[in-house]
Design a protein around this ligand. Structure first.
Ligand SMILES: [Zn+2]
Length: 312
């Protein structure tokens, strides 16, 4: 047999042994919805928490049903249900914080101290965490535009904007910085927005675009091609111009779309979310049949892990 023919046979044999993709069995990713904009995401290598708010205290505000008496006023000291947090979070390598309202940030100081996780968030987020005594080496202040490489994980920080609360009469430009005096524990209303972000989180075999609000800056998301979009879909988006259509187009009609921040976030786990399922989830899934028919829309059940197969 001539040398070229032998080389060709060897090449064909080698090609049979090499899988078509880098992905292997066991490279699935697991996403667990924590309610509000909260997620626990793990690919078996790294554990990433996004806006983990597990305490879910009944406090007065836009996320609380009008017909139910809240347990806390917004001027009360912010509670943390450490036993409940401990039962759900035992490890975290990273915590991504979209913004610092109580329903996103309230449990982060406790979880950061407990797990030693690296926290990526705005300067306001970092100031709050410093005030709670989280060591500086865990803290990564960002403003959007950063693209940080870590071991087994990288994350691009996307500049964003907050949900258009109060019928679009919402803008909070307050920020904390290193000169801001904060007395901990903070009161609920001291968890100010502090600016808003999204995250493009890259795992070994998945790229996930996360949202913590029902709003986004279109030009900042154009060209992003996530496998999985955690799409903010609460009711305030309905006052925005063609929100679902623009979001899907800008992000390339992601193969998997999972609604986030759709619940009544100040109701503890176990309370019925049926009203929000009917108001938010079902119409969104229906609309997606025409807006992005190839996308798989998964309706998350709080605390029930969702497994997604390797895509890269
Ligand atoms: Zn908020």
């Amino acid at each position: 047999m001539s040398l070229p023919v032998r080389c060709l046979i060897l090449f064909l044999f080698a090609a049979l042994l090499v899988p078509a993709s880098r992905a292997q069995a066991g490279d699935d990713i697991e996403l667990t919805y924590l309610g509000a904009a909260g997620w626990k995401i793990s690919d078996g290598r790294v554990v990433v928490l996004v806006d983990p708010w597990i305490t879910r205290a009944k406090y007065a505000g836009p996320g609380h049903p009008e017909d139910m008496r809240p347990d806390y006023a917004r001027t009360d000291i912010a509670p943390v249900d450490t036993a409940l947090v401990d039962s759900i979070v035992d490890r975290a390598d990273f915590i991504l914080v979209h913004h610092t309202h109580f329903d996103h940030m309230g449990d982060v100081p406790y979880i950061a101290r407990k797990t030693g996780a690296k926290v990526i968030g705005t300067e306001t987020a970092i100031r709050i965490l410093e005030a709670y005594g989280v060591p500086a080496e865990q803290l990564y202040p960002v403003q959007g535009g950063e693209d940080y490489l870590f071991d087994g994980f990288s994350v691009r920080v996307i500049p964003s904007i907050h949900s258009a609360l109060n019928e679009k009469r919402y803008l909070d430009s307050r920020r904390y910085d290193r000169t801001t005096e904060l007395k901990t524990p903070l009161r609920i209303n001291e968890f100010i927005e502090g600016g808003s972000l999204m995250f493009y989180a890259r795992f070994a075999h998945h790229e996930i675009l996360t949202m913590g609000s029902m709003n986004f800056v279109e030009r900042e998301t154009e060209g992003l091609r996530p496998d999985i979009l955690l799409a903010g879909i609460n009711g305030s988006r309905l006052g925005l111009y063609r929100f679902d259509e623009r979001l899907m187009a800008a992000t390339g009609y992601p193969p998997v779309v999972i609604p986030t921040h759709w619940d009544s976030f100040s109701l503890p786990y176990g309370f019925s979310q049926q009203a929000n399922i009917e108001r938010n989830l079902i119409p969104f899934r229906e609309g997606m049949k025409t807006i992005s028919p190839a996308s798989r829309v998964i309706l998350p059940v709080p605390l029930e892990p969702i497994r997604i197969e390797a895509m890269r």
